[in-house]
Write a protein that binds this ligand. Structure first.
Ligand SMILES: NC(=O)c1ccc[n+]([C@@H]2O[C@H](COP(=O)([O-])OP(=O)(O)OC[C@H]3O[C@@H](n4cnc5c(N)ncnc54)[C@H](O)[C@@H]3O)[C@@H](O)[C@H]2O)c1
Ligand SMILES: [Zn+2]
Ligand SMILES: [Zn+2]
Length: 349
């Protein structure tokens, strides 16, 4: 089969590899019909994720068709159309029992395109297939379902829920990529007072308005701290969400929060970021970090079905499954292309 293989920092190739086989009775083999590229894949290609070894097939998001199931798989049959989530769960370890699937100790968590071969391929082996997949209702398109594999649960769980967004809150979101936009969109579910999107890219700020931000700030031209202070009588944001994965945006998010405020760091960090305790120790702030659990996937799926979340507008570019070079290139040039999520599909091949 064909797959996108990571060959060390800066190097990847779409090439022939052996088809995956069932190695555990909880596995399923899924034919990938639609997949996408995450900013995390770009971090991997920059060498930020040393656990990803050369030779690994990239990708942790897919919608596909079940091809084969192990003897222990109960919920799936060949032919089922499923969402393959970025997180799987053994279901029985201490953390799975708490719904913290991202922290699974039993071989689940974020494994696809990380510790085992991923979804940017014709076929993928999905461990713990009963928990890592969701049957896609007929009312959802493949593209809508695909947004549930990672970005929507990430923005909702690691941003909005971890940050404790509540009615009337002023929410500042640093970084308006697909994850930040998902947080902006999900924050609307809690009737915030204002949602302030902060990004250096004007195309991303345009997108933020479409997703529900009522104030947008270009931090290459304006001072976001002054804007947020103006909006809050000098106090700062109730919740600041960092969705970039670089030191400066994290430090900005901390400075934007009011005393007693909450900072939810969502970005994947490959470098150290400073926490200025000499400024913060008196301010009663709470900082959260986290890998997504995807425990909210069923709720978000219902919200897409009922039209309360518009998932398809995250998709800006479409490619054939063998067109990864162009798809990665479009993401590398987002300032010019305005890309949010790129989708690669078997359809039309
Ligand atoms: N915690 C998790 O489980 C999880 C899951 C998925 C993705 N992530 C991470 O979330 C982050 C965001 O993902 P994404 O797909 O939205 O990424 P993205 O790269 O598409 O978006 C990041 C945005 O940040 C903006 N930005 C960059 N530097 C900035 C600065 N100094 N100030 C303000 N804005 C700045 C960029 O213009 C861009 O719009 C990534 O680090 C990704 O790896 C984390
Ligand atoms: Zn991801
Ligand atoms: Zn577990």
């Amino acid at each position: 089969m064909r797959a996108l293989v990571y060959h060390g920092p800066g190097r990847k190739a779409w090439e022939r590899v052996p088809e995956p086989e069932i190695t555990d009775d909880g596995d399923a083999i899924v034919r990938v019909d639609t997949t996408t590229i995450c900013a995390t894949d770009l971090h991997i290609l920059r060498g930020d994720v040393p656990a990803v070894a050369a030779g690994r097939v990239l990708g942790h998001e897919a919608v596909g068709t079940v091809d084969e199931v192990g003897d222990g798989v109960r919920r799936l049959r060949p032919g089922d159309r499923v969402l393959v989530s970025c997180i799987s769960a053994c279901g029985t370890c201490r953390f799975c029992r708490e719904g913290r699937y991202g922290q699974c100790l039993g071989g689940g968590g974020w494994v696809l395109g990380h510790r085992i071969d991923g979804t940017q391929a014709d076929y993928v082996r999905v461990p713990f297939a009963d928990t890592a997949t969701y049957r896609v209702p007929g009312s959802l398109t493949d593209e809508e379902a695909l947004m549930l594999a990672d970005v929507l649960p990430t923005g909702y769980e690691v941003g909005v829920l971890a940050g404790g967004v509540g009615p009337g809150d002023v929410v500042a979101v640093v970084g308006a990529g697909p994850v930040g936009l998902s947080a902006i969109c999900a924050a609307q579910l809690y009737s915030p007072g204002h949602v302030v999107a902060i990004d250096r890219s004007d195309t991303r700020l345009e997108a933020a308005k479409q997703f529900g931000a009522d104030v947008v700030v270009s931090n290459s031209r304006e001072n976001p701290l002054a804007v947020v202070k103006d909006l809050t009588g000098g106090l700062g944001a109730d919740v600041a969400i960092e969705a970039v994965g670089l030191p400066a945006p994290f430090e900005l998010a901390v400075s934007l929060a009011r005393p007693g405020g909450r900072i939810a760091s969502v970005g994947m960090h490959g470098q150290a970021a400073a926490l200025h305790l000499e400024e913060q120790w008196t301010r009663d702030i709470t900082i959260t970090t986290g890998l997504v659990d995807t425990s909210s996937t069923p709720i978000l799926m219902r919200l897409i079905t009922t039209g309360q979340i518009n998932a398809s507008r995250l998709v800006t570019h479409r490619f054939r499954l063998d067109d990864f070079d162009d798809a990665y290139d479009v993401l590398a040039r987002v300032a010019d292309t305005g890309a949010l999520k790129v989708v690669l599909s078997r359809l039309g091949e």
